[in-house]
Design a protein around this ligand. Structure first.
Ligand code: MUC
Ligand code: MG
Length: 373
């Protein structure tokens, strides 16, 4: 059999409008910027991937601009002429020439999987060993910054059977104000919804102790990343005393982080994000560490568009158990997309067809319209 080679990689920055401002503790999103990767192979097949973060450099160590610059200058040249079907060799080479850069590596690993799936007529989930489900339940983030508006948004989502799990972004306001906001939303939704919070590292340990008491007493199901990712001993202490499970998000910047968190007993749930681990295969290594340690799983997002969302979904479809479901709603935050057919959300779930690769086609006209020049 002829070897198929990697011929070209191109990273494209795309700025897309969003349905409303999305308020996180560290940044309010007024739009979303995606990095779309096109990887062309010698048989003419193109794989696509995505590396998307939140708020420039406000969330993580990579920005859309740094992701593109590092792909253009370092990662793409290293891959040219390599076997397009051998992901082990390709990704090991990237790990050798580039420390970190998990977002860029995730886009590349996704694009290699997409191309290989298209070539062999297999969905990415099947390249990853095979799916054990065809759909994933998806949470929605209430982050308008206004309690009444958030409640109205949640009611609409319940009525439309789109979401019944809600994550509230807190941490930006004074503690008592945030707690009042959360309790009011949980009271309004009652048993009809699971309500969770994401503090995005904004509390110190004393605020977390106070916050946990109120959240635990008021039926909040899950508390995500309450304190700084670097305060490991604080995370261990909080995990031992919290009345609700604690989920690690920012604390996991790599598969190795996942291992050391598990070894330290610093969280009982892991948010799985392909971008923070280096791709759909890499995130499954973190999932395996969690499974071995008895840590529950949640399918996380960096608010990617359709490409990154489907790349994540194909990996999550293969997991034995996703106790806390997923938050793969990124495409629903966008008013415009750059794929011809948008992902299908209905009955509280994202449904993933068994089409080859990721199952997506880029819309060239829209890509040309929204790409940054
Ligand atoms: C995060 O920190 O989890 C995921 C959903 C959302 O609204 O923000 C992201 C980032
Ligand atoms: Mg989070």
């Amino acid at each position: 059999m002829n070897r198929i080679l990697i011929e070209n990689l191109s990273a494209i920055i795309v700025d897309l409008p969003t349905i409303r401002p999305h308020k996180l503790a560290m940044h309010t999103m007024q739009n979303q910027t995606l990095v779309i990767l096109r990887l062309r192979c010698s048989d003419g097949i193109e794989g696509i991937g995505e590396a998307t973060t939140i708020g420039g450099l406000a969330y993580g160590y990579e920005s859309p601009e740094s992701i593109k610059a590092n792909i253009d200058a370092h990662l793409a040249p290293a891959l040219l002429g390599m076997d397009a079907d051998n992901l082990n060799v390709a990704m090991q080479k990237l790990d050798k020439i580039a420390k970190g850069n998990t977002f860029a590596k995730s886009a590349i690993e996704s694009a290699l999987l997409d191309a290989k799936g298209k070539r062999f007529g297999l969905p990415v989930s099947e390249l990853l060993g095979g799916r054990v489900r065809d759909s994933l339940e998806v949470a929605w983030t209430l982050a308008s910054g206004d309690t009444a508006r958030d409640i109205a948004e949640a009611e609409q989502m319940l009525e439309a059977r789109r979401h019944r799990i809600f994550k509230l972004k807190i941490g930006a306001n004074p503690l008592e104000q945030d707690l009042k906001h959360v309790v009011a939303i949980k009271k309004a939704l009652g048993e009809r919804a699971s309500v969770r919070v994401d503090v995005n590292q904004y509390w110190d340990e004393s605020q977390a102790i106070r916050g946990f008491q109120v959240l635990g007493d008021n039926g909040i199901d899950l508390i995500e990343q309450p304190i700084s990712r670097v305060n490991r001993s604080g995370q261990i202490r909080l995990n031992q005393r919290s009345p609700a499970p604690i989920m690690a998000d920012e604390s996991i910047e790599s598969v190795e982080d996942a291992f050391s968190l598990a070894a330290d007993g610093a969280a009982s749930v892991f948010a799985l994000k392909i971008a923070k681990n280096g791709g759909p295969r890499a995130v499954l290594r973190t999932a395996q560490i969690a499974e071995a340690a008895g840590i529950a799983l949640y399918g996380g997002t960096m608010l990617e568009g359709s490409v990154g969302t489907l790349a994540s979904a194909h990996a999550f479809l293969t997991l034995r158990q996703l106790t806390w479901d997923t938050e793969l709603f990124g495409p629903l935050l966008l008013t415009e997309d750059i794929v011809t057919e948008r992902p299908q959300y209905r009955d509280f779930h994202l449904h993933i067809p068994r089409t080859p690769g990721l199952g997506l086609t880029l819309d060239e006209e829209r890509l040309a319209r929204f790409r940054r020049h």
